[in-house]
Design a protein around this ligand. Structure first.
Ligand SMILES: Cc1cc2nc3c(=O)[nH]c(=O)nc-3n(C[C@H](O)[C@H](O)[C@H](O)COP(=O)(O)OP(=O)(O)OC[C@H]3O[C@@H](n4cnc5c(N)ncnc54)[C@H](O)[C@@H]3O)c2cc1C
Length: 492
């Protein structure tokens, strides 16, 4: 890591970079006490200029970094935890949502490369068949998180990406009026750094970078009866998968017995990962606001308590799980919804229902609208079930296009957003918040950013025909016959 000798004052590099240890202004959310303001002034070492800075190394950020690195961009990836993969590794949600539509795999490019590599190395669920991702409609692809961590390390290194773990992006030097991001402030054990780059990608899942840049965002819960609740994923061992009983039937019985302190009918359940192990996606943490630290802290504690109840449930009610052991809860909260960043195109429910395709689409995908219950009422479970199983479900062979504009932060020249925080309305977010879609968006964002840096064109003005052909060369499945040099826009 090269440091230049010049040092800069935090409050001299732009308004957004002025560190205020405690903000006096209240953002309007309840529970936020008014505090005084303290202005912290620091000299911060300035780092060499990068082509591209990516915040967050989840499925989206990791894909962006690998794609851009392979195209020759000088990439810095900063990640808060000690590995790439985000929810897929640190969040322990070790199962890719379905990637095939009954006829073919929809997610060529990096997603398919990762799956095939994990399979070859023996890191997928025992006995899984390639048909699951090459053709089958609705087949999940469970994997071993260590396998994915190792693979992403290797791919990032071989693409020339500079990765920094245990590093947080904490502020941005951006001008929302001109749409230019100049640099970002990161923090790790060595202190603060001001990193200059020509392009920036927000892969934080929570829109952290985009928000700091002053981009327009939609916080969860704004237009809905609540915030889609997270789940703290758990790892369990000692499962006799050959004797595994019907988990949903067991849940019905336990609920009838008043077994749980929180009677929650919506229960995705335990998924097989290895010969004797499984991950539990069960136990919603209602009313958690991921944009509030106290809510997150309380939520982690609640998640751990819930996990104990679920362990007791499995031992008592589910055949094959009598001797199950709870290994651990995930270090990362399983956030489904927090913040979306408004892009040049917001993919909406009408597009989803129309199975719309776009000349500049950077991927096509097929996954049902999966907005988990906002509370434990029967009405919410009925609403969720109808959407997930009927009204919000695409048939085999169908898919929706992901237009390039959904990953371009609106009115910004050099800021992209990929993954869970990309530009989608609430319903489409409920469908395309999942890992395969995040990888599609990440690969496209990294490819577009590299093209923008090379051609000196702003994000919204790059030639999208070149973007599509670069993605196709990298293996992406982009079936559009009609392409366009210009990005599809949607205002409003
Ligand atoms: C309970 C649950 C179950 C799910 N089940 C499935 C499933 O079965 N299959 C599936 O495909 N998808 C599933 N999903 C969805 C999916 O896992 C996520 O939505 C997906 O991982 C989003 O990818 P991402 O890269 O946008 O964000 P994330 O995976 O959230 O990654 C974001 C990364 O950014 C890092 N980060 C955040 N802030 C900063 C910062 N300031 N500085 C540096 N780094 C930062 C985080 O540490 C993290 O590594 C599930 C999600 C949840 C919550």
């Amino acid at each position: 890591m090269a440091l230049v000798s010049r040092r800069t004052m935090l409050n001299a590099i732009g308004g957004s970079a002025c560190m205020q240890a405690a903000q006096a202004s209240n953002t309007g959310r309840s529970g936020q006490a008014k505090r005084g303001t303290y202005r912290l002034t620091r000299d911060i070492p300035v780092e060499d200029e990068y082509d591209l800075l990516i915040a967050g190394g989840g499925p989206a950020g990791a894909a962006a970094a690998i794609a851009a690195g392979r195209l020759g961009a000088k990439v810095l990836l900063v990640e808060s935890t000690g590995c790439m993969g985000g929810m897929a590794t640190s969040g322990m949600m070790m199962s890719f949502c379905p990637v095939a539509d009954g006829e073919r795999c929809l997610t060529g490019g990096l997603m398919l490369e990762w799956i095939e590599a994990l399979h070859k190395r023996g890191f997928l669920k025992p006995g899984i068949k390639p048909d699951t991702w090459r053709k089958r409609y609705g087949g999940w692809i469970p994997f071993n998180a260590e396998g994915l961590k190792l693979l992403l390390d290797e791919l990032a290194v071989s693409a020339g990406v500079e990765t920094r773990f245990f590093t947080d992006l904490i502020d941005a030097d951006a001008d929302a009026r001109t749409g230019q991001v100049h640099g970002a402030i990161i923090h790790n054990i060595e202190g603060y750094r001001y990193v200059k780059a020509r392009a920036f990608i927000d892969g934080t899942g929570n829109g952290v970078l985009a928000k700091l840049c002053g981009a327009t965002c939609r916080d969860a819960g704004k237009d809905t009866p609540g915030i889609m609740p997270p789940t703290l994923i758990s790892l369990f061992a000692g499962i006799d998968w050959a004797r595994m009983g019907d988990q949903q039937a067991a849940m019905k019985k336990a609920l009838a017995d008043n077994f749980f302190t929180q009677p929650d009918r919506h229960f995705p359940g335990m998924q097989q990962i290895g010969n004797r192990i499984g991950l539990l996606n069960g136990g919603h943490i209602f009313n958690l606001d991921a944009l509030r630290e106290k809510s997150m802290t309380d939520g982690m504690m609640k998640g751990r308590r819930l996990a104990q109840e679920y362990m007791a449930f499995y031992r008592k009610y589910v055949p094959g799980c009598e001797n199950v052991e709870h290994v651990t809860t995930a270090p990362l909260m399983g956030l489904r919804e927090s913040r979306c960043v408004l892009g040049e195109y917001e993919l909406g429910l009408a597009d989803y229902h129309a199975r719309r395709k776009f000349p500049d689409q950077i991927g096509v995908y097929n996954y049902p609208i999966d907005i988990h219950v906002y509370d434990t009422s029967d009405a919410q479970y009925a609403r969720y079930s109808k959407e997930f199983r009927e009204t919000g479900r695409m048939k085999p062979g169908e898919s929706v296009g992901l237009p390039y504009g959904m990953i371009v932060a609106r009115n910004f020249k050099n800021l992209w957003v990929a993954g869970r925080c990309a530009s989608m309305d609430v319903q489409v977010h409920g469908a395309f918040r999942v890992q395969p879609a995040a990888v599609l968006m990440g690969q496209a964002a990294g490819t577009a950013a590299a093209q923008s840096v090379r051609t000196h064109k702003p994000a919204a003005e790059i030639d999208t025909e070149i973007l599509i052909s670069t993605l196709r060369k990298a293996g992406a499945y982009l079936p559009q016959t009609h392409t366009s040099k210009r990005m599809t826009r949607k205002t409003g």
